[in-house]
Design a protein around this ligand. Structure first.
Ligand code: PLP
Length: 360
């Protein structure tokens, strides 16, 4: 079997050695005599998997000891709502930096529960950048501020964390967790769907500061209550056992490869190769402003938009998959998550070079 180059935005590329470990453990988890998906979440063997996933994530991200780590379901989309449900009391308001579709969605989910104010909104500029500190102000009485660290659809990324002026901070880190710098101790909630840099879809990592855990309102539905999940060690109900196993394996792969800093360096090398090529000629039109460009998701147009379909078709013929831009913005997008090899970006750049010479 030939594995193709996977530039998909998520579910995204996984390391081959992780896939091999899944395959082996599907039939028999370790030497337990039972397959991975047949193993009880209450068994000691599965508890060891949860504990190891937790320990690896804590080591990789430098999570403070008094923070909680949860493995939940419902995707990052549930966290738009669940974080507000837990953190926003009656009469309080949240503030949000709107840098793309995912923060717009977070805005509207918070808005259903209470008051939310956009303190910066890039919609008018077509979400081509993220703001710098001087462009927004945070109210002294904001319950918390929310931002999206990497905008998967528009291809922008915060290279410096927003300044919350001391207010609690919530980040949706779905598309750059473990692939970019993240100071967990500066945040109160970090959440991320796993299906880009951490594993498969169906498991969501939620990291909570002691403040965020305590803030939880009384009487919430159990499944939406951080305290309930924390008190049960993410095993309040049947979790995505398979997803947590894969997550543990992906985290092990990152650790063996040298940790988050090595992943960041590898991602920088891939991004610099691709953006360097995009900047080399007017044939290509990168979408994001240079200072805000995402290392994880590069987005661009071909200046002659009419050539894009042929570019994408030719890409697939060469095994370069998942390059079509998000349906809401069109164009081209290359997602370069941790597990994408530099050789995949080299193959993409080779096709771009060939395509450009055919059409100029
Ligand atoms: C930054 C970001 N936030 C949230 C989501 C939604 O995630 P989910 O599908 O896990 O709910 C995505 C999905 O691509 C995303 O990229």
């Amino acid at each position: 079997m030939t594995r193709l180059h996977n530039f998909g935005a998520g579910p995204g590329v996984l390391p081959l050695e992780v896939i091999k470990a899944c395959k082996k453990n599907l039939e028999e988890l370790g030497s337990s005599g039972l397959g991975l998906m047949e193993t009880s979440h209450r068994s000691p063997v599965f508890q060891a998997i949860v504990d190891e996933a937790d320990a690896r994530l804590r080591r990789l991200l430098g999570i403070p000891d008094d923070y909680s780590v949860l493995f939940l379901q419902g995707g990052a989309s549930l966290q738009f709502h669940m974080s507000a449900l837990n953190l926003l009391d009656r009469g309080e308001h949240a503030e949000i930096i709107v840098t793309g579709t995912w923060s717009q969605k977070a805005y509207s989910e918070i808005d259903k529960l209470g008051e939310v104010r956009a303190i910066w909104d890039g919609a008018q500029e077509g979400f081509t950048r993220v703001p710098d500190h001087s462009e927004y102000s945070v109210s002294e009485d904001a319950a918390y501020i929310h931002y999206t660290s990497n905008n998967t659809i528009y291809g922008t990324q915060f290279h410096e964390m927003p300044d919350s002026r001391g207010r609690p901070m919530v980040v949706d880190a779905s598309s750059d967790i473990t692939g970019a710098r993240l100071d967990v101790s500066a945040h109160d909630v970090v959440y991320a769907g796993a299906q880009k840099n951490l594993g498969p879809s169906g498991v969501t990592v939620v990291i909570l500061s002691p403040w965020a855990l305590e803030k939880g309102r009384e009487g919430l539905p159990s499944m939406l209550d951080y305290k309930v999940h924390e008190s049960k060690g993410s095993l309040f109900n049947t979790p995505n056992t398979y997803g947590i196993f894969v997550l543990k394996e992906v985290l092990g792969w990152i650790e063996r490869g040298g940790g988050v800093q090595t992943a960041i360096d590898r991602n920088a090398a891939k991004a610099s190769l691709l953006y360097g090529h995009l900047d080399s000629s007017d044939f290509w039109a990168p979408r994001a402003l240079k200072s805000s460009r995402s290392v994880m998701n590069a987005t661009w147009r071909i200046s002659d938009h009419g050539l894009e379909a042929a570019f994408l078709e030719g890409a697939e013929e060469r095994g370069l998959m998942g390059l079509k831009g998000h349906r809401s913005v069109g164009g081209i997008r290359a997602s370069m998550y941790n597990a994408l090899e530099l050789s995949s970006v080299e193959a993409l750049v080779a096709w771009m070079t060939e395509f450009e010479s055919m059409h100029s």
